[in-house]
Design a protein around this ligand. Sequence first.
Ligand code: NDP
Ligand code: GDR
Length: 348
Amino acid sequence: MTARTALITGITGQDGSYLAELLLNKGYTVHGIVRRASTFTTSRIEHLYQDPHDPQARLFLHYGDLTDGSRVTGLLERVQPDEVYHLAAQSHVRVSFDEPLYTADTTGLGTTRLLEAIRTTGLACRFYQASSSEMFGASPPPQHEGTPFHPRSPYGVAKVYAYWITRNYREAYGLYAVNGILFNHESPRRGPTFVTRKVAMAAARIKAGLQDTLYLGNLDARRDWGYAAEYVEAMWLMLQQKEPVDYVIATGSSYSVRDFVECSFAHVGLDWREHVRFDERYLRPSEVDDLVGDASKAAHDLGWRPTVRAPELARLMTDAELDVLLRGDGAVAATLPAPAQALTVHGR
Ligand code: NDP
Ligand code: GDR
């Protein structure tokens, strides 16, 4: 098979970085769309960077924004991808209550802009839409591909729109366009304002004596948390099938935010009750209480199975934060107060 070309929107995000790694390892040429910002936003893909002048280079970045349809069309024409992975979105649920119109424009209409660009350019590429368990919202668990949607945030509503426009382009124009309905997936590359990373960072910093208190909102919410590095494999598999089919991707196990906090803090020998305080600013006007995905269809058709669940995730993410604090030649560690020095001695 000749080398394939992929276009990733949201390449600078958590999933984009793991997916770029995966595709480069599979021999793909990878193009990514990056938003212009006043500072660099490419820290998650820095380790993949190749000088574009190098004849061996297979990673290329282009400025672009989901709100600019003409740019998206121009990039598709230029890149001529075989596969498009559409990951870019305003992806924060709490923020979507503050910015509902922006969220609808990027997370919802952004998908139509891409699909319409594919349709009008006549490209025969395959399309992956990053759909979300937030679409299920208030529908009771376990949630599967046939569970009715009942979104509970402007983000969830925008994702439902994007889900249906993806299906519509598949049904109306015969595009190979699929929805991966992914439940929460985390990693050390998770954005720091999502709860798992926020907790892991705080546990490490409190252990290191750099912080004393962690403010959180609803500790009762339950999520089906998996490991992002495993979930991007499912995205790729969905674009390698004979027919375009939508799949739920999840671990099938659910833990509360409180469980996650307890695992993370206990891992570094802390009692979370001594450090976690409530702050109502982190509550949502309407919450998603309980998500547990049934990914048996993906296991059956794609052979995809997760191996990492929430307790292990909490430990690996907390370890990663400690490594950052204590990394390298000891220069950082030397600036930390006594408890952190003790961690190095104990071989963390
Ligand atoms: P992140 O928030 O880490 O990354 C989002 C990416 O989208 C970033 O690269 C961001 O760029 C880019 N982006 C945001 N707005 C625009 C815009 N207007 N134009 C161009 N690019 C933009 O998300 P994740 O990697 O966690 O998630 C990837 C996708 O999967 C998202 O669509 C998310 O909604 C969805 N999803 C995520 C799940 C999860 O648990 N992680 C579960 C289910 C679905 P920048 O770096 O400049 O901010
Ligand atoms: P979520 O993830 O909303 O599920 O969306 P997030 O980590 O933001 O919240 C998970 C749960 O934790 C509760 N919570 C807090 N959340 C945050 N962010 N900060 C806090 O301080 C805090 N305290 C408690 C929340 O109320 C919630 O119940 C993620 C995103 O990646 C979406 O893009 C994706 O589609 C879904 O996962 C699946």
